[in-house]
Design a binder for this molecule. Structure first.
Ligand code: IMP
Length: 199
């Protein structure tokens, strides 16, 4: 089984990535499991840039193919915020529920509640090759958090066609439609092509 190191400490991302990439014979391991402990600074201004920064740093440190997801929530009435700053929205002191509250607060009185989650997956190989794919999931921002599963902004990300937030879906339901699920699907197609050209 080919081993990819995930350029993230996020256990939720590891679970979501493993579930999908495991099916194509790729084992996804955490940096900690191979003795790497590093926080890559996300200095880019796009999901693409940050995703590449993270994957590059880990391939260099580990010598193994490294896979990174840079993701975030883009809210239309906030001009795309929190965007690439989703994990740091409101500063260091806030936790996930705090960031959700801040988002709802900042949207008070503003019109449209449309938003999208974006994920860009990048894999860097030790030989310098890269494979990348983007996925998006459109939705709206709920007026109050709902649901217990998932992480981050899941409780406030509402899917009008399902009348549920991401946090009210099972992991399988979320993976089937989420930005990360879609990016991974596109990534899977590109990776299969890449494996073909490589052999
Ligand atoms: P990063 O990709 O590690 O820079 O952080 C992405 C941030 O966006 C996370 O910390 C969450 O706040 C948010 N985010 C990304 N994907 C999801 C998701 O699937 N559900 C909820 N929040 C997410």
């Amino acid at each position: 089984m080919e081993k990819f190191v995930l350029a993230s400490h996020n256990v939720h991302k590891l679970a979501e990535m493993s579930a999908i990439l495991g099916k194509m014979g790729v084992e996804v391991v955490s940096p900690a499991s191979i003795g790497i402990d590093v926080d890559v600074e996300e200095t880019g201004t796009t999901f693409e840039e940050n995703s590449l920064l993270k994957a590059k740093a880990i391939v260099e440190l580990s010598g193994l193919p490294a896979i990174a997801d840079d993701s975030g929530l883009c809210v239309d009435c906030l001009n795309g915020a929190p965007g690439v700053y989703s994990a740091r929205y409101g500063g260091e002191g806030l936790d996930d529920p705090g960031r959700c509250r801040l988002l709802l607060e900042n949207m008070k009185g503003l019109g449209t509640r449309t938003a999208k989650f974006v994920s860009v997956i990048t894999c860097c190989f030790p030989n310098g090759d890269t494979v990348a794919a983007r996925g998006e999931c459109p939705g709206t921002i709920a007026y109050a958090p709902m649901g217990e599963s998932g992480f981050g902004y899941d409780p406030v990300f509402f899917l009008p066609e399902r009348k549920k937030t991401f946090a009210q879906l099972t992991p399988e339901e979320k993976n089937a439609i989420s930005h990360r699920g879609r990016a991974l699907e596109a990534f899977q197609v590109k990776l299969t092509e890449y494996f073909k050209t490589r052999s």
